[in-house]
Design a protein around this ligand. Structure first.
Ligand code: SF4
Ligand code: SF4
Length: 447
């Protein structure tokens, strides 16, 4: 068999074998870590992506043998802790991913390590709290509670206490909770006739996501306005729980499965009825498109949902190719610095948001495709906050370069972190943060 570096084919991804008892066997985990770490040590091309690779290479370089066999197994966990499962090394960098016989899947190795840590009880209360987005969001948006929570999140004394007791970095800005949850205020769609295109279903179901429901409902309303403007009938998914991505990042497969058991019975009938399902947060979209199908490869309903799931701009651009999008924009946006988050990149859909923003006359788009460093809950943890801001710094600088009118990211959390980074570098200038869906709604002249 000829072994060549890289492949001209798209990488294949093996299902996660988490139900096999060997998956949680410590000796087997160490053996696979040593094998893959050794390949990475010989390659080193991912050194600039995140903290996991420099941590590994420093351990090797400081070991007595200068090889992976000189690194203490207990130190392997330092590499695992630095990975926030963005998937970029697998999807964009590594030439040794399957079908290459070396079969390197670094993120899934890290996931296995995290799952082992979770199973063996080495997870903090802080991590369990931060990843309970649905439960915390429900509590924090209770009308009498929401003002107190938002005030506490801004109060230095409360944040100092939170850092001490929970390990949430006092300096990290936390998104405020909304007074009105998105799902409680979705207006019914007008009864537009369903116009299926060659590439797109003509009716849409919206999976709101925890973040849009509890933190930034305006993004969800912007999506509704755009659909309405383009005469696309929509419905809200009747009931939803967290997509499970935060729990996956913790290695908590049991909770991921419990959340899947709430969501998939709601989503699968919509997929089977011919709806396009849109999720306005890239990590949640990726969860349904990639992670759940890899965890539950035998489940036909999970596969049906995967096939019906769209990033909103993936849908809108495909809809445009079907000739069914209004290109009559009323308001130029000027200069937009647009960031493509990791979980959009790894969906392999191309730069659909950039394409849509470039439809708008009087708009120039400066595109930045690099990790902004927030990565789910990782970037607000006390021990990783500084690393996270360092990883984001090149993004903050490049976003600031054209002195833009707007800074924007498909990931609303990355958008907030970029705004935070720009202000810390004193480089925000006149730039306002706006989600790409907000920008599109504004360009249509919809207030
Ligand atoms: S998945 Fe992302 S964070 Fe993890 S090792 Fe790869 S590039 Fe780094
Ligand atoms: S993940 Fe692949 S590309 Fe990255 S350092 Fe390891 S072997 Fe090299």
């Amino acid at each position: 068999m000829t072994t060549r570096e890289g492949s001209l084919e798209a990488p294949t991804r093996h299902p996660v074998d988490w139900r096999n008892p060997e998956y949680f066997d410590e000796a087997s985990i160490y053996k696979e870590m040593e094998r893959i770490f050794d390949i990475c040590h010989g390659c080193r091309r991912c050194v600039s992506l995140c903290g996991a690779f420099p941590t590994l290479f420093d351990l090797v370089d400081e070991s007595s043998t200068l090889e992976v066999d000189g690194v203490a197994k207990a130190d392997y966990w330092r590499v695992v802790d630095q990975c926030y499962l963005c998937d970029v090394c697998y999807m964009t960098k590594c030439p040794y991913v399957p079908p290459h016989p070396w079969n390197v899947d670094f993120p899934h190795l890290m996931l296995r390590g995290k799952a082992y840590k979770f199973r063996t009880g080495r997870i903090s209360l802080r991590d369990k709290f931060l990843t309970s987005t649905d439960r915390v969001g429900k509590l924090a948006t209770i009308p009498v509670v929401v003002k107190m929570v938002n005030a506490a999140n801004q109060a230095p004394a409360a944040r100092a206490l939170m850092e001490k007791t929970l390990g949430v970095a006092a300096e990290a800005r936390l998104p405020p909770y909304a007074q009105d949850r998105f799902r409680d205020h979705v207006p019914p769609s007008l009864a537009w006739p369903v116009r299926n295109g060659a590439r797109t279903p003509g009716k849409v179901a919206i999976f709101a996501t925890c973040y849009v429901n509890y933190n930034e409902p305006g993004i969800g309303h912007d999506l509704l306005r755009i659909l309405e403007h383009n005469r696309i009938p929509y419905t809200l998914v009747e009931q939803e729980a967290c997509c499970g991505m935060p729990k996956l990042e913790l290695g908590d497969f049991a909770t991921v499965e419990a959340l899947k058991d709430v969501n998939i019975p709601m989503l699968a009938p919509l997929a089977q009825a011919g709806y396009a399902i849109l999720t306005p947060v890239p990590s949640c979209t990726l969860m349904f498109k990639q992670e759940l199908p890899l965890l539950f490869p035998e489940d036909p309903d999970v596969a049906a949902v995967r096939d019906a799931m769209y990033d909103p701009f993936e849908y809108l651009v495909a809809r445009d190719r079907d000739g069914l999008i209004d290109r009559n924009f009323k308001r130029p946006l000027g200069s937009v610095s647009y960031h493509i988050p990791c979980h959009s990149r790894v969906q392999n859909i191309g730069q659909r948001t950039r394409e849509a923003l470039e439809w708008i006359p009087g708009t120039t788009v400066n595109t930045v495709e690099r990790c902004a460093g927030h990565d789910g809950t990782w970037g607000v943890k006390r021990e990783f906050y500084e690393d996270s801001m360092r990883i984001g710094k090149p993004v903050f600088r490049r976003m600031a370069e054209p002195a833009p009118d707007y800074v924007s990211s498909d990931c609303p959390i990355a958008g907030r972190r970029i705004q935070e980074g720009l202000e810390k570098l004193d480089a925000a200038g006149r730039a306002r943060k706006a989600h790409p869906l907000t920008l599109l709604r504004m360009a249509y002249g919809l207030d």
